[in-house]
Ligand binder design. Structure first.
Ligand code: PGA
Length: 257
């Protein structure tokens, strides 16, 4: 059996006003919007979702959001619901990013509620897990990731699970220029696949894409993406520039051939 199609997702974080977001989306669409070998997703800030959605709607570039509420509607000032994201033709939503966990107090329980809200609204969660440097140095990496997956995916059923994307993002590698070696990443990814197989079944686990995130760039994309259980990347810094983002997409296209 061949591997699943690679997914390359750009997490723009809190960067780019709408005009800059539109420029970037246009360039990405121009360079990667016609190929079908690789799934490409861009996740602009909420303020640019509408304009980016309009620009990419007839291309092979798909839209993602960076967060959403676990609630469906009502008195939740400042929040954005799954339905509102669907309304803008959003396909994916990043959930449980380590920045949300660390700076906004998102617990595994909150992340789990968001995962369910996304699935109920046909949004594909890009569910993030990852250990801190202290946890890695204490030899806790695998147990931390297992706990995050178990709690974050509680009560998710096998029939819905294959629309989940898992992103392994070692916290110490995010925005730091430090990348996990391909071997380190593969070790964690294969454990994640094993756990998904136990939680759901082997067939579902083989369909769930497991992305690597943390200082991925064109220079290291080939060797990371070549690993058996690395099905794509969640890219921060290098996604803010069309050339570097599309360089990573090209790696994935080459490896798919
Ligand atoms: P980075 O960010 O590529 O800048 O390390 C990845 C992420 O936080 O999703």
């Amino acid at each position: 059996m061949g591997r699943v199609k690679y997914l390359i997702a750009g997490n723009w974080k809190m960067n780019k006003v709408t005009s800059d977001a539109s420029d970037l989306a246009k360039e990405i669409q121009h360079q990667a919007g016609n190929q079908t070998a690789v799934n490409v997703v861009v996740c602009p800030p909420f303020t640019s979702l509408q304009s980016v959605s309009n620009l990419i709607k007839d291309s092979n570039v798909q839209l993602g959001a960076q967060n959403m509420s676990a609630e469906s509607s009502g008195a939740f000032t400042g929040e954005v619901s799954a339905e509102m994201l669907r309304d803008l033709l959003t396909n994916y939503v990043i959930l449980g990013h380590s920045e949300r966990r660390a700076y906004y107090g998102e617990t595994d329980e909150v992340v789990n509620r968001k995962v369910h809200a996304a699935l109920e609204n046909s949004l594909k969660p890009i569910f993030c897990v990852g250990e801190t440097l202290e946890q890695r140095e204490a030899g806790q990496t695998l147990s931390i990731i297992q706990d995050q997956i178990k709690s974050g995916l509680i009560h998710v059923t096998a029939d819905k699970a294959d629309s989940i994307v898992v992103a392994y993002e070692p916290v110490w590698a995010i925005g730091t220029g430090k990348t996990a070696t391909p071997e380190m990443a593969q070790e964690v990814h294969s454990e994640i696949r094993k756990q998904l197989s136990e939680l759901f079944n082997a067939d579902v686990a083989s369909k769930i894409k497991i992305l690597y995130g943390g200082s991925m760039k064109p220079e290291n994309a080939d060797e990371l993406l070549a690993q058996e259980d690395i099905d794509g990347g969640l890219i921060g810094g290098a996604a803010l520039n069309a050339r570097s983002f599309c360089g990573i997409i090209e790696s994935a296209i080459r490896l798919s051939a």
